[in-house]
Each structure stands twice: as structure tokens, then as C-alpha cells.
Design a binder for this molecule. Structure first.
Ligand code: NAP
Length: 291
């Protein structure tokens, strides 16, 4: 088993994550883990794919639970000795008409979409084998210019996120500042947008750039790629089924990044990739117009 590839997709019991697992299973060159925070929902989705003639494996993984992440890490280490592909897909989004206070939306959305994703990476990255591919599922909302609140404060925030030498601690304090400001209802005057989802996804995108930079420093010869992707506007529960793309179409760009060939100089590296697979300049734009 140690010689075949090991793929992991977080939050893959439904939506785009499920379709990424489906596409990776079709590669037929290793073990693909469909993971879910709820075991029953996960196993049902495994059964669905089995009926299609595919053979995903299942493991429970709640990225919002450090114990669950540690158990999965230990399982991967013992069973496979490493990891080749990690797709950080799990996320949440409050509906636009939600009645939850903004302070709560900010805290919960950033905790799951940013902090939990980062924790999961911190635990699983030591398992990454040479030529590993990490795909952070961001969003069009993760585009830097979506930090578009009151000026000049928002431009200053953009500058801090865009710093090519941004340290993880600084990124964490930016996110904490947003959450704290949302609690104090001062976020707008400080230039933050009125969307917790935007801040969480911009932060995931900024994290991607840090992760690639650090891997280049610590493992320069291992051809490990970390990219962030906008999967398109997709027909899922998250969008209340308003997106025009099918989940399989939404899986196309993330899957492409997950299986980039080894040692190819043309591969995107630490890049923001749109659903049509075009590389987008995360800092300077322009904003692509496609879905
Ligand atoms: N759909 C779009 O148009 C769109 C556009 C841009 C970006 N995205 C991004 O694409 C990704 C997938 O979105 P989607 O539309 O497929 O959403 P979705 O249908 O709502 O699926 C989200 C998945 O994440 C899981 N999840 C949430 N919290 C988790 C946790 N703590 N631990 C493990 N899994 C957790 C959910 O599990 P449960 O079933 O247990 O809730 C579900 O499986 C997300 O990162 C999203 O932000 C989507």
C-alpha cells in the first residue's frame, strides 16, 4: 500500500468535495479518502460512489476538532506512512438571510473556514511526500480585492494581506482583529467588509501563499505545490442550489490542481486559480469575469 498514492478530501460527503473524490477515484492510482464530520453521511456517500463502480475509502474527519484531526493523522501515518494529495474543501457559509448576529457569523465562519483548515494543514503537512499537491478551496470571495470596505482602511488591510513576507502570526492576528471588531461592531469603520465568508476565504488564500513560501524554504527539492482555487459558482447546498455549475464541473479545477504532474515547470505554484484553470493575480487582479 505504501507505494500507491494517498488522496484526502476534507468535507467530501456532499457538494464539490464529493465530486472531487469521484474524479480522483477515476484516476485509479491509489487510495482516495472521502472524509466527513458525520460518519453516517460519509458512509452513505461512499455507498453512492460504490454504486457508480468507484471505490473510495472512508475516514471520519471533523476539521473543527483537534482530536479528530490527530486521530486521522495517526491513522494515515500508521496505514500509509505519508500523504500525496490534500484537498482542503470543508467549509461553511451562513445564508444571506440568516438571523444569527454578525459577531457570531464572524467567529464561527473564521473558526471553521480559516483556523480549522490551518490546524488540519499543520497536522497533516508533516506527512506530505515528495511531489505532494495541496489544494485549498478558496472562492471568488477569497480574492484580495474583496476586502473592499471603507477606504483608506480597507486598502491598508489589503496591503497587509498581500505582504509577500506575511508571517502566519500576522495573518492570525488579522483574522482575530476582524472577529474582535465584529464583536465590537467596529469592523466597518476599520475597513473590513460586511461578510465573514469573504474574510475567511481571503485568509485561506493568504495562508496558501505562506504555506508555499515555507515549503519552498524547508523542502526546496521536493516539488510540493500548494495552490488556492475558485471552483466556480456551483449548484450545492451552500449556494441554496443557485449556482449554474454541476458539482462535477465545480470539481474540475480543484482536481486538476490535485493531480498536477511531477516536476513540471509549467505547474501553478502558490497560485490563485480560477475555475477555468486560469491563473489569476491575487494581489493586482483584474477580477476574472467568468462564474
Ligand atoms: N458552491 C459554490 O458555488 C462555491 C463557490 C466558491 C467556493 N466554494 C467552496 O467550495 C467548497 C465546497 O463547497 P460546497 O458548495 O460543496 O458546500 P457544501 O455543499 O455546503 O459542502 C460543504 C462540505 O463541508 C463539510 N464541512 C463543514 N464543516 C466541516 C467540518 N468542521 N469538518 C469537516 N467537514 C465539514 C460539510 O459537511 P456536512 O454535510 O456535515 O455539513 C460538507 O460536506 C467550500 O470550501 C466552499 O467555500 C463553493
Amino acid at each position: 500500500m505504501a507505494s500507491s498514492k494517498v488522496y484526502v478530501v476534507t468535507g467530501s460527503n456532499k457538494g464539490i468535495g464529493l465530486a472531487i473524490v469521484r474524479a480522483l477515484c477515476k484516476q485509479n492510482d491509489g487510495v482516495v479518502y472521502l472524509t466527513a464530520r458525520d460518519e453516517n453521511r460519509g458512509l452513505q456517500s461512499v455507498e453512492l460512489l460504490k454504486k457508480e463502480g468507484l471505490n473510495p475509502s472512508f475516514h471520519k474527519l471533523d476539521i473543527d476538532d483537534n482530536k479528530s484531526i490527530a486521530e486521522f493523522r495517526d491513522f494515515l501515518k500508521t496505514t500509509h506512512g505519508g500523504l500525496d494529495v490534500l484537498v482542503n474543501n470543508a467549509a461553511i457559509a451562513y445564508k444571506v438571510n440568516t438571523t444569527e448576529p454578525f459577531s457570531e457569523q464572524a467567529e464561527v465562519t473564521c473558526r471553521i473556514n480559516f483556523f480549522a483548515t490551518m490546524n488540519c494543514c499543520n497536522e497533516l503537512f508533516p506527512l506530505l511526500r515528495p511531489h505532494a499537491r495541496v489544494v485549498n478551496v478558496s472562492s471568488s470571495c477569497g480574492f484580495l480585492k474583496r476586502i473592499n470596505g471603507k477606504e483608506p482602511e480597507s486598502l491598508e488591510l489589503q496591503k497587509r494581506f498581500a505582504n509577500p513576507n506575511l508571517a502566519t502570526d500576522e495573518l492570525i492576528s488579522l483574522v482575530n482583529d476582524f472577529v474582535q471588531s465584529a464583536k465590537e461592531n467596529t469592523h466597518s469603520s476599520k475597513g473590513w467588509p460586511n461578510s465573514a465568508y469573504v474574510v475567511s476565504k481571503v485568509s485561506v488564500s493568504a495562508l496558501t501563499r505562506i504555506q508555499q513560501r515555507e515549503i519552498d524554504q524547508t523542502r526546496p527539492n521536493d516539488d510540493i505545490l500548494v495552490n488556492h482555487v475558485h471552483p466556480g459558482y456551483v449548484d450545492t447546498d451552500m449556494t441554496s442550489h443557485k449556482g449554474p455549475l454541476t458539482i462535477d464541473q465545480g470539481a474540475e479545477a480543484p482536481t486538476w490542481l490535485a493531480i498536477l504532474p511531477a516536476n513540471n515547470a509549467a505547474n501553478p505554484k502558490g497560485q490563485y486559480v480560477w475555475n477555468n484553470k486560469a491563473i489569476v493575480d491575487w494581489v493586482n487582479g483584474p477580477t476574472p469575469s467568468s462564474v
